[in-house]
Design a protein around this ligand. Structure first.
Ligand SMILES: NC(=O)c1ccc[n+]([C@@H]2O[C@H](COP(=O)([O-])OP(=O)(O)OC[C@H]3O[C@@H](n4cnc5c(N)ncnc54)[C@H](OP(=O)(O)O)[C@@H]3O)[C@@H](O)[C@H]2O)c1
Length: 305
């Protein structure tokens, strides 16, 4: 059994599933925890339960924790601010302190939504200014992580896509449905700019960061990783339609800012600090989205759509 032992929280989630797989593949001894989707080999754990979390984590004796569990849907955050603070901030603080106590390094997954999106691209030293509660709680999560141990790592990432259990699981894959809902004309945002990243790219960066840290104590603090292609939602839809040769004449670009919870216009994260460490992985969007959505498109075809 490897002496490298990692706990992945949120291992049933979009990113956590990929992170768990990447550490398994790299021969780490892994324990994935989940809250409600605890099939397969995941350990059921409510990380808001401090005592139980201490018991489970201490029993496993990790050398690292990759903390993916969070409430990450901005609209749901606004509906339950107290619950989100318990999960995104208080539980994060507990995990970061536990890791420090056990001599383990924690990677806390954060977001480009800590920035207001007015002056991209953002480097790690730029001052955050989150526009919504989601971004605020994630920023507080960063602060409690680095307060617990400045050797911990914060990895900020953009909107993610990857293999999904349902199309709405990712803000990217959900757009496929718009192509199939062709009875009415649709306006799709061509305003906010995003840099989508494949979850496998982020998972591989997590492994590389922890492995590099074994020989380089300077690997600590905040890092950014972003996809390399600037895209609006409309641009993503256009690429999906083109990759799968689907009609999209019912969809038009909407140049106006999106309604609802405030979101940054363009919070591009610069990749330079990670690239200087020799770390980074980028799956081209058309390649990644084709592999992620092929099964879904096939399913729609077999339904006669
Ligand atoms: N998805 C994105 O586009 C995106 C973009 C930027 C940053 N991020 C960040 O990336 C990280 C991973 O996001 P994701 O997209 O993988 O999220 P996700 O798919 O929504 O998964 C959330 C995970 O948290 C777990 N969880 C929820 N409440 C819990 C609790 N009380 N105790 C323990 N676990 C709990 C869920 O478990 P169950 O499902 O089993 O209940 C699930 O595994 C988050 O920190 C998020 O802020 C995500």
């Amino acid at each position: 059994m490897s002496s490298k032992r990692v706990v992945v929280t949120g291992a049933s989630g979009l990113l956590g599933r990929a992170v768990l797989a990447a550490f398994k593949q790299s021969k780490w001894t892994v324990m994935g925890t989940a809250f409600s989707r605890t099939g397969m080999d995941l350990v059921q754990l409510d990380i808001c339960n401090k005592e139980k979390t201490e018991e489970v984590i201490k029993n496993f004796k990790p050398t690292a924790i990759v903390h993916c569990a969070a409430q990450r849907f901005p609209d749901k955050v606004e509906q339950d601010v107290d619950g989100t603070v318990r999960l995104n901030v208080a539980a994060t603080k507990n995990l970061a302190n536990l890791a420090a106590e056990l001599g383990a390094i924690m990677i806390y997954i954060s977001t480009d939504y800590v920035f207001d999106g007015t002056k991209p691209p953002y480097s790690e030293s730029d001052i955050p200014n989150p526009l919504n509660m989601y971004g605020k709680t994630k920023l507080q999560g960063e602060q409690v992580t680095l307060d617990a141990n400045p050797n911990h790592i914060v990895l900020r990432v953009p909107v993610l896509y990857g293999p999904v259990e349902y199309l709405g699981e990712s803000a990217v894959t959900v757009l496929l449905q718009l192509i199939y809902d062709s009875e009415a004309t649709k306006l799709v945002s061509d305003n906010e700019i995003r840099y989508p990243a494949h979850v496998d790219d982020i998972a591989s960066i997590c492994v590389d960061l922890l492995e590099l840290k074994e020989t380089n104590a300077e690997v600590k603090g905040i890092y950014h990783w972003s996809g390399k292609e600037a895209m609006t939602k409309y641009g993503m839809v256009r690429d999906m339609a083109s990759v799968f040769q689907l009609p999209m004449s019912h969809i038009s670009p909407d140049p106006n800012p999106s309604q609802g919870t405030s979101r940054p216009q363009n919070a591009q994260l610069s990749n330079g600090k990670l690239e200087n460490l020799g770390i980074g992985k980028h799956t081209p969007f058309r390649v990644g989205i084709e592999s992620v959505l092929a099964g879904w498109v096939q399913r729609k075809k077999s339904e006669g759509l």
